[in-house]
Design a protein around this ligand. Sequence first.
Ligand SMILES: [Mn+2]
Length: 358
Amino acid sequence: MFDERVNRVLKKMEERGLEQMLISDPNSIFYLTGRWILPNERLLALYLNRNGGHKLFVNRLFKVDGEIGIEKVWFSDTDPGCEIIASFTDHDKPLGIDKKMAARFLLELMELGAGSSYKNGSECVDSARRVKDEDEKAKMIRASQVNDQAMARFRGLIREGVTEMEVAAGMNAIYKELGTQGASFGPIVSFGANAAEGHHKPDGTVLKPGDCVLFDVGCKLDDYCSDMTRTFFYQTVNDRQREVYEVVKRANLAAQAAMKPGMRFCDIDKVARDVITEAGYGPYFTHRLGHCIGIEVHDAGDVSATNKDVVEEGMIFSCEPGVYLPGEFGVRIEDLMLITRDGAVSLNKDSKELEILS
Ligand SMILES: [Mn+2]
């Protein structure tokens, strides 16, 4: 158990009037214990109580070797897992539940009366995960450094007649050569009109001169994710592509320059959106500006018009404005940003100058 992280979660529980909670998200359990336990459809839960007596309920099928600083309660496939959990919870107090607990387990716990009521306790752990500690910052910085190295090499995969699928295969090979745990998602590479789809899946599309080439890529390293997007042009670029590129770049840079602790996520989104709207492309920026990231590519929390939460030092999230012209092309430029004491730094150093690949 990482005591400091557990204590932060317990403090968030106190702020929300929760004395006890069950955490079932394997990512959150990894965050708190340093152990990966992937139960698939089986029951797994970490029970936290502000008065102590934390417990990890885990099926015997999973290896959790050695002392991990928390009592393990083992059960087998034929044991009544929820009944075992309910024999330890305080039935007279509200029970916090995280958003990943399967409904079938929660419904059974409710029938058993495991708590006096049931509250969504996800934010207690999600908000702790959102602010990175020094160890996490170092891992996130390293994952993005390696992602920059990968992006430098991805340019070299672009050649006449290549398909998106061939480039994607090359990208996965590069991530392997760089010693990562592999791509953290996708990876996405889209040519021309395909780049106007936000999450295009690489297919047999053949590259042709004048296409944009959009790479949205990330790797996992030391269990932490990176994520960045660069958009290039193949052999030639026309005036409209150049204009859109420069607008998106300005939006990316303006939002990054504005970021600082105390600002609301929605205000950061607005800075980028205003640049794009003023240039006349507002309707074509069809998604939120960014998302939090860490153990998962999309950690809870986003940089969007509806998120009024305040940004804090130590948070890491993406800044990824885009303009998508259906049937024509799309441009997205994405960096991961670390909020510092008085501003923000980009974890990605790869150039954002308009680049024509040949
Ligand atoms: Mn992203």
